[in-house]
Write a protein that binds this ligand. Sequence first.
Ligand SMILES: Cc1cc2nc3c(=O)[nH]c(=O)nc-3n(C[C@H](O)[C@H](O)[C@H](O)COP(=O)(O)OP(=O)(O)OC[C@H]3O[C@@H](n4cnc5c(N)ncnc54)[C@H](O)[C@@H]3O)c2cc1C
Length: 402
Amino acid sequence: MDFTISDKMQTVIEMMDEFVDKELIPLEAEFLSDSAENFQEKIEEKQQKVKQMELWAPSHPKELGGMGLDLTEYALVSEALGRSPLGHYVFGCQAPDAGNVEILHEYGTQEQKEKYLKPLVEGRIRSCFAMTEVDQPGSNPILLDTTAEKKGDKYVINGRKWYTTAADGSDFTIVMAVTNPEASQYLQASMIIVPTGTPGYSLVRNIPVMGHKGEGYFSHGEVLFQNCEVPRENLLGPEGQGFVLAQDRLGPGRIHHCMRWIGVCKRALDLMCDYARKRYINPPDKNLASKQMVQQWIAESSAEIQAARLMVLHAAWRMEQEGSKAARKDISQIKFMVANAMQNVVDRALQVHGGLGMTDDTVLAFFYRHERAARIYDGADEVHKISAAKQILKEYEGKKVK
Ligand SMILES: Cc1cc2nc3c(=O)[nH]c(=O)nc-3n(C[C@H](O)[C@H](O)[C@H](O)COP(=O)(O)OP(=O)(O)OC[C@H]3O[C@@H](n4cnc5c(N)ncnc54)[C@H](O)[C@@H]3O)c2cc1C
């Protein structure tokens, strides 16, 4: 594997790094204050600048108006953008929209592409993805209570979902619902596009997560479908193929998360080193950086980040070379490995900051709260460990170990 970064990518990364430093990190204090005024307008202003710089939507295909970067290239820019909680949103490559773009691009009809995909990629609208249910375990997604019954030329949807990220302010949701209850387990569900203005659809609340409800893009909704009728042409992909689409969406989605988390780690390490140098515990010459315990945290964090980065780059490369199926074990391994590395690094950085780390005066407490979920969403650690172990054990079938 060649680790050389092309001149073009080097320039792109430098431009993004500079933008994050100069334009986004200064906005964070307001973002973290919970009293931000006209914050969405400020975000949109930054998005315009990104578009003018031709750095918009790095992960989306060129023909849709994105930069068309491949996965390994995107891994590098995602690390740069992940340093700020605002990075991916301002550059038009945030989850869950990025995943919705991918499935609409692959499975959408021409009409769906015009109506939903085009404005989504352009950043004119936002979307969300409603699969997880309040009353069923998300770890076993075939257990779905939500139904979409066919009545004439309509689907009538009933169900309750939660953790529908960014539902607040979204123009449409892609809902996973049972359309074919008589079919075998994995062929019962379908994905259906529901414009959020449809009667029968409601955002019940933004769920308080780690003490914060959030709003707009930065929130997680509980959403209700009560006899919510949409035309049959809102079916996305073939009927009964919801799990196939979900796999297509989640494979790249997981790798995208891991790429962003490396950026979170990098920022946390930057803050940890900076503060360790600045904080004098025994003046005039003994700062935190002179303490071996802190040095150990710095060394361990740096090594864990590099290990995580290489694993992610390798998984991205493998996915490109051999496809999602061949990279399944790699994706499961990075999903839990990088999430845990991030948790360790953020925790150490917060500890080095002492009481300051617990406040929202740095971004660390936000990372600590918000990124804990990395070990749960898109497959909890345990689910990915089981999946990786099964695939590893399979490699031993019929093998003579000496
Ligand atoms: C911040 C955040 C954002 C999210 N965004 C979205 C979104 O946009 N759209 C969406 O549809 N969903 C979203 N989710 C939901 C997420 O995908 C689910 O929470 C996840 O799939 C786990 O499902 P569950 O919460 O029902 O937990 P369960 O499935 O009930 O599992 C509970 C716990 O049991 C353990 N466990 C599960 N299976 C096993 C096993 N086989 N062996 C051992 N232990 C096991 C795990 O530790 C797991 O954490 C989001 C979640 C979070 C936290």
